[in-house]
Design a protein around this ligand. Structure first.
Ligand code: ATP
Ligand code: MG
Length: 366
């Protein structure tokens, strides 16, 4: 009888800031749905502090402070610690051991080709001074994914090269040492608007590091201000001018967040987003009206999350308790994988009776 393959999720975020609505549509919303679907045997959600330190080595305080912020964002968005383990990466030493062994299976040239790393090096102006740890973080990400035997990794588009790199490491490891590691699948957001949500400034990616984000924890007035000052179509000067919806972040956000019900509730002039877009393209629909609608949509979508956050903020020891329990469960899983890895590599000397016997025979021991 063949054993049913278990379904396991691993995802995570770097504690470099609070989570924003790009994280929400790119990954967090999906995680909550998958968690509540009951289809997964295990779910691990990782706060990647060690990875955050690869480009914040001089600023450990930022990373330390943001762990609790990210955890609060998770729980308020609906991650349930009874169903999902939330863990802190640096507290799982097995991950570092795996990274060390996997490093021998990856070439420098292959790492240099990773387009996300290339892009991030440019963004951070590292060029000639790339920290080794940053350069090799795709390998450590392969450890994170394989340590928990993840089958499914729900992430944004920028993570695609990381997943490909992980799959290569898995295949290489399994072909050299025998079938040991599980090959993961990426799960990208369904709608193209959510693959990489642009910033409020119209830049390609909403990012904590670029100051163009709307945060899950933003108060209503902050959200309103950010929405009302958003970049739109620069050629749409008069209400009567025809406008562009492609590359216009206000419409990309509406693609990501608005539902048909929102029109009935906040903007009954249009039955749905297509009708609103048609009017904008024809001319005669002003940016202010569209932005006001977007503000209503965002306020109603994120109000429950913000309210839950305010409740959770009242009991910080509980948050750390959740993190501790999740980390302990994760450590057990990672230890099991490391044990299998060392066995496959035949470096578990003290549990290897065949090896001891072989040496005894060689030296004529009785
Ligand atoms: P940093 O600037 O520190 O790298 P970040 O904003 O890129 O931060 P990460 O912690 O690197 O956030 O990414 C966490 C997850 O959120 C990943 O799955 C990533 O693909 C997804 N993600 C990040 N930004 C966006 C975005 N703008 N749109 C969709 N998904 C995103
Ligand atoms: Mg990132």
């Amino acid at each position: 009888m063949s054993e049913k393959k278990s379904k396991v999720i691993l995802t995570g975020d770097r504690p470099t800031g609070r989570l924003h609505v790009g994280h929400y549509v790119g990954s967090l919303r999906r995680r909550v749905e998958l968690q509540d679907s009951g289809e997964y045997d295990k779910i691990f959600i990782m706060i990647a502090d060690a990875q955050a330190l690869t480009d914040n080595a001089e600023n450990p305080e930022k990373v330390r402070q943001n762990i609790v912020e990210v955890a609060l964002d998770y729980l308020s968005a609906g991650i349930d610690p009874a169903k999902s383990h939330i863990l802190i990466q640096s507290q799982i030493p097995q991950l570092y051991e795996l990274t060390d062994y996997y490093s021998n299976l990856v070439t420098v040239a292959r790492l240099q080709r990773n387009p996300t790393v290339k892009n991030e090096i440019q963004m951070r102006n590292f060029e000639a001074s790339i920290p080794v740890g940053f350069f090799t973080y795709p390998i450590s990400q392969a450890s994170d994914i394989t340590a928990f035997k993840a089958t499914t990794v729900p992430v944004g588009e920028d993570q695609e090269p990381m997943l490909e790199q992980t799959r290569e490491i898995v295949r290489k490891f399994n072909s050299v040492y025998g079938e040991t590691l599980v090959e993961p699948e990426i799960m990208l957001p369904e709608s193209s608007a959510c693959l990489r949500l642009p910033g409020t400034d119209g830049k390609a990616k909403m990012s904590k590091s670029l100051g163009n984000a709307i945060y899950l924890a933003d108060e209503p007035e902050d959200v309103r201000k950010k929405v009302m000052s958003m970049f739109t179509d620069p050629d749409h000067l008069q209400v009567s001018d025809p406008g562009k919806v492609e590359g216009n972040p206000v419409f990309t956000y509406l693609d990501a967040f608005s539902r048909k019900e929102h029109f009935a509730q906040f903007c009954p002039d249009y039955a749905d987003l297509d009708e609103m877009k048609d009017h904008y393209k024809r001319g005669g629909l002003g940016d202010v009206k569209v932005k006001k609608f977007l503000n209503d949509v965002l306020q109603s979508s994120f109000e429950p999350i913000r309210k839950r956050r305010h409740e959770l903020e009242k009991d910080i020891p509980y948050i750390y308790e959740v993190l501790k329990k999740g980390t302990e469960a994760a450590r057990e899983e990672a230890a099991d994988t490391l044990m299998r890895v060392k066995k496959a590599m035949k470096i578990d000397y003290f549990n290897d009776n065949a090896l001891i016997e072989e040496q005894m025979q060689r030296y004529g021991n009785k």
